[in-house]
Design a protein around this ligand. Structure first.
Ligand code: SF4
Ligand code: SF4
Ligand code: SF4
Length: 393
């Protein structure tokens, strides 16, 4: 897979019927009996299917039958239960310092592996400069999957190696997990899987990441991993840190950080599906467990090490019970767990098309951000002045 976007438009990708609404989960490519579909970056920097030899299509519709775009609601997990809400965090201080959402995902994965099973999750591929799902079988490899990741992952390296004779824990975005649920159900593998997703606010364009890392191009050759957050005194900070082969980290300076997070926080260049078609907010999920951060209303110390868990199926409940000795858990109300999460989709900015255009061009990120600052000033200053004037009178 090349992480360089190809020249397809997002609307033309893959099998015409589904490409238009694509979430980029990749399961259509996994199931095609003629191996006609590949998953590539479209011109806006998002993963979508591309038919390599369309005339050979058998019109079996297997790809369509499992595509999460063709259904209005997520596929319900087998043994679905009323959501149980928990806050939780790892008992290991060291893990809490570097992981997101209480280190719950890592503890689940480690316990799963200790029992001789396999994990499939997204890790950073330094060579391709992208995030990709892979199957992990060694506990030491779990380090690579730890921490929040802020890119859309290329799922095929992991999903295409899933099978019906091993037991897998798979962690992914809600739309990836919805596609995967339909895929393993079609294959009759579902009983071997526990699927985990998380409260998701959207994935930014790979065009942004490629532009951002251009600054680090030389140094990047020697980097093996990337973390998008650092923790200072238990408080999470948006700070991108590249890890070298010797294990030392190089943090991007605050102005450089802003070149990535300045886009991400304002939802300037998310996938179309994240703005228009996401159906995975709140408790809407195809997973057995949903993870997130827990915004504790009573927290006195400003630390945000606690995570939240929604248990959505019997199988999810069993997986969590197996991990009981690793986590400090407290039962919460559903409202408290959902309180800190997005309730609706990200709002597409009026000038989203302009950002997409700029990201496709050779324009450097700092100039695009300047343009953003000026247009925001021009767009919002008159509103702000009007508001203040009304307040006075
Ligand atoms: S199965 Fe996934 S990758 Fe394929 S078209 Fe549907 S959403 Fe896109
Ligand atoms: S219809 Fe069948 S053969 Fe054609 S692309 Fe889809 S899965 Fe492959
Ligand atoms: S916001 Fe929704 S559509 Fe976008 S990546 Fe997350 S789950 Fe998928």
């Amino acid at each position: 897979m090349s992480s360089q976007p190809n020249s397809q438009t997002e609307e033309e990708c893959g099998i015409a019927a589904i490409g238009k609404n694509c979430f980029g989960c990749g399961v259509c490519a996994c199931i095609c009996p003629r191996a006609l579909l590949s998953i590539r970056l479209n011109k806006n920097g998002f993963f979508a299917p591309s038919a390599t030899n369309e005339p050979q299509c058998a019109h079996c519709n297997l790809c369509l039958s499992i595509c999460p775009c063709t259904n209005a609601v997520p596929a319900a997990p087998a043994g679905k239960i009323e959501p149980e809400a928990w806050s939780a965090e790892s008992r290991r201080e060291q893990l809490l310092r570097k992981s997101a959402a209480g280190g719950i995902a890592r503890e689940l994965a480690e316990e799963w592996m200790d029992r001789g099973r396999s994990v499939c999750e997204a890790v950073f591929n330094a060579q391709e400069n992208c995030l990709e799902h892979i199957v992990l079988r060694n506990p030491e490899d779990l380090e690579r999957g730890t921490g929040a990741k802020y890119l859309q992952s290329y799922t095929l390296p992991g999903f295409s190696h899933l099978n019906g004779h091993e037991r897998f824990l798979v962690i992914g975005t809600p739309c990836q997990i919805d596609g995967l649920r339909r895929y393993i159900r079609k294959r009759h593998w579902e009983e071997h899987f526990v699927l985990v997703d998380f409260f998701c606010r959207g994935v930014p364009s790979m065009r942004l990441w490629l532009k951002f890392t251009r600054f680090f191009k030389k140094k990047r050759q020697s980097f093996i991993d990337v973390a998008w957050h650092e923790k200072t005194n238990g408080k999470k900070e948006d700070r991108i840190v590249f890890t070298g082969k010797d294990g030392t980290g190089t943090a991007a300076g605050s102005r450089r950080n802003e070149l990535f997070f300045g886009f991400y926080r304002d939802d300037l260049c998310l996938a179309s599906a994240c703005y228009d078609r996401c159906k995975y907010k709140g408790t809407a999920s195809a997973a057995d467990l949903r993870l997130g951060e827990f915004r504790n209303p009573d927290a006195q110390n400003g630390k945000d090490t606690t995570g939240s868990i929604l248990v959505l199926s019997e199988k999810g409940r069993r997986a969590l019970e197996e991990t009981a000795h690793r986590l400090k858990r407290t039962r919460q109300t559903l409202d408290d767990v959902l309180a800190g999460q997005m309730t609706g989709n990200a709002v597409r900015p009026r000038d989203n098309a302009v950002f997409r255009l700029f990201l496709r061009s050779a324009m450097p990120l700092n100039l695009i951000l300047k343009w953003k600052q000026w247009t925001r000033l021009l767009l919002y200053l008159p509103q702000e002045l009007r508001r203040r004037f009304r307040k006075r009178s």
